[in-house]
Write a protein that binds this ligand. Structure first.
Ligand code: SF4
Length: 123
């Protein structure tokens, strides 16, 4: 089965939303796991990053980009690497979402669940 190459930046990508990103002042290490991070440490760090994303005004643009680009690393738009892997696994690589908005549509309920109170550990 053909594989979508990793982190393919879509042709129509725009970056203006990054000017409004809530993570601009945050520690980047919160969003990208250190090598060999596992278990509860990783869950805690991902949740802290997701809390920043949950209050971010450009969360949808960010999540849409990350799914379309198939970003392999980090928390983007409230979606952790595991969240995106779950989404990628059910997508047909022959019709991979590349157009603006298609990433969010493909993420569907996974996008809402990613920053739900349960996922953030506050439910
Ligand atoms: S959604 Fe999260 S990762 Fe994306 S710009 Fe906002 S704070 Fe940063």
């Amino acid at each position: 089965m053909p594989q979508q190459p990793l982190a393919q930046v879509p042709d129509d990508v725009q970056w203006f939303w990054q000017d409004h990103a809530a993570c601009r002042e945050a520690d980047p290490l919160l969003f990208f796991h250190p090598q060999n991070e596992r278990g509860s440490s990783r869950i805690r760090r991902d949740r802290e990053a997701k809390l920043v994303c949950a209050a971010c005004p450009v969360r949808m643009e960010c999540a849409d980009y990350a799914v379309r680009a198939r970003e392999p690393y980090g928390v983007w738009g409230g979606l952790s690497e595991e969240d995106r892997e779950h989404i990628y696994a059910r997508l047909d690589s022959r019709h991979y979402p590349r157009g603006k908005g298609d990433g969010l549509r493909a993420a569907g309920g996974d996008y809402i669940e990613a920053v739900s109170p349960r996922a953030l550990g506050i439910a």
